[in-house]
Design a protein around this ligand. Sequence first.
Ligand code: ADP
Ligand code: MG
Length: 263
Amino acid sequence: MNAQDSSVVSARNLCLTYETSDGPVHALSNVDLDIRKGEFVSFIGPSGCGKTTFLRVIADLEKKSSGTITVNGMTPEQAREKRAYGYVFQAAALYPWRTIEKNVALPLEIMGFSAAEKKKRIEQTLDLVNLTGFGKKYPWQLSGGMQQRASIARALAFDADLLLMDEPFGALDEIVRDHLNEQLLKLWKRTDKTICFVTHSIPEAVYLSTKIVVMSPRPGRVTDIIDSPLPLERPLDIRETPEFLEVAHRVREGLRSGHSDEA
Ligand code: ADP
Ligand code: MG
């Protein structure tokens, strides 16, 4: 088995160029990346560096222009047909006319699960995100943080091994975000998922990740890949340790060097 087969996501010389009326936009340029099972990978970089585009290529919502990419050893299209991943968007994107449990049930309905199986999975996933007892509420009855947890439950409901999260906590205040970061780490450890997580926040990326992918725009590219030396056990105050600050420093340097390339 070669490296591409055993990776959850493997990209080689991956390029994606959007053709626009203003000319080509090089959203991804020669991206090389391997994501292994069980890793927590953050993508960090300024707006326009191709973070969302990369997740969308994994999810088969965009097509590469050249290079190769595999998802669970398959093409993104095959992986999509097998529902290899769950997707969590920046806004919770819950349907306001559906209760929380009906929102979580949506992918299960689409996949034709039995009523009993649906009930079981809804209970399990709401429990995983600490929303037991909130299934009958409507989204507007929940706080922003709870809504985002409900959208994570929905992405977890069909138990895909890969979770794609595009700035899921970007709109939340820092205290709520801290709390959700802690919960997400616990959930990741309990479920053994592979997570691809987009963020603008250096502390968030360093706190959560086993691997940090630093990106730069124009063209969108990877400028650094950091395998985190931090232990897996991470209380929030790990953020004050020298080891943490050292990784944060390297991320900051990577972001800065990406910027200095610009004319
Ligand atoms: P990020 O998520 O890092 O902010 P994106 O992946 O959204 O970056 O975008 C990367 C680049 O591609 C940006 O310059 C953006 O304007 C451009 N882009 C994204 N989507 C499209 C699209 N559908 N059509 C044309 N250009 C796009
Ligand atoms: Mg984006």
